[in-house]
Design a protein around this ligand. Structure first.
Ligand code: MD3
Ligand code: FE
Length: 238
């Protein structure tokens, strides 16, 4: 299927990236430039380690037989369409790497940064960082031409927020609605170092990545080409 079919050209809203942190929908907060270049480089080094195995970076196979263009390595729990497991039964049967302690702390800090009362976030979400304890991360790698169709993240048995961190090339992120895969939606750029937290009423919003903009990775982020996105999740599994 072509990207045109996946993403009809209806741009509803464009965001000013330099305006600072902003709530796009209830519980959906974008914090541009949250990670320093030094933090980005350090995470890219860890990414290099994660891809060494035991489970390699892989493009997941979808039920129709198509393969995703994005390649993923998981921490804590392995994800495949559409469930989590401790071992990568669709790759090589190996157990995935542990979810690192530093990433639990980073996830809490991310939720605290995004869910601040100054941004107009509902009070039910403020303070959530104290109890937020992600146990799975999907680490996506986008190379030239990779994209992700509109979908909901609903394989978790929890409605806790998802924390997203972007490193490398800028992408167009399409933030939709909870009812349909189609418009209305908001298109905005996610750039290297950006944080996005999706919780509360926005947790089950349809979203996707229509495209990555080649050659836009900033100097010093640790990646020359391509884009890494880390999403931390609470699986609700044990
Ligand atoms: C909105 N990843 O891994 S991150 C995914 O950039 C995924 O690789 C994209 O969608 C990426 O499932 C988008 C932004 C994102 C992540 C999770 C969400 C947006 C979300 C969950 C609910 C609503
Ligand atoms: Fe998603």
């Amino acid at each position: 299927m072509s990207d045109d079919a996946l993403f009809p050209l209806e741009l509803v809203q464009q965001e000013n990236h330099d305006a600072g942190p902003r709530q796009l929908g209830p519980g959906a907060v974008h914090v541009p430039g949250w990670l320093s270049l030094e933090q980005q480089r350090w995470i890219v080094e860890r990414f290099g380690e994660w891809t060494q195995g035991p489970v390699p970076l892989r493009a997941a196979s979808l039920p129709g037989g198509r393969r995703m263009s994005v390649r993923t390595v998981c921490l804590g729990w392995h994800w495949q369409p559409y469930r989590y497991s401790r071992t990568a039964t669709d790759v090589n049967g190996q157990a995935v790497l542990d979810f690192p302690e530093w990433m639990v702390r980073l996830g809490k800090k991310a939720v605290a940064a995004a869910y601040s009362p100054e941004l107009g976030v509902d009070e039910s979400l403020v303070g959530l960082s104290d109890v937020y304890a992600p146990d799975a991360a999907l680490v996506n790698y986008y190379d030239d031409g990779a994209a992700m169709g509109m979908h909901q993240d609903k394989d978790e048995h929890s409605n806790a927020p998802v924390v997203s961190l972007s490193i490398g090339e800028t992408c167009i992120f399409r933030f939709g609605n909870t009812q349909t895969r189609t418009k209305p939606y908001t298109d905005l750029e996610l750039r290297s170092g950006d944080l996005f937290v999706f919780g509360g009423p926005s947790r089950f919003t349809y979203h996707g990545i229509p495209k990555v903009l080649p050659g836009t990775a900033p100097d010093g982020c640790g990646l020359d080409r391509g884009r890494i996105n880390i999403t931390m999740r609470v699986t609700g599994l044990s």
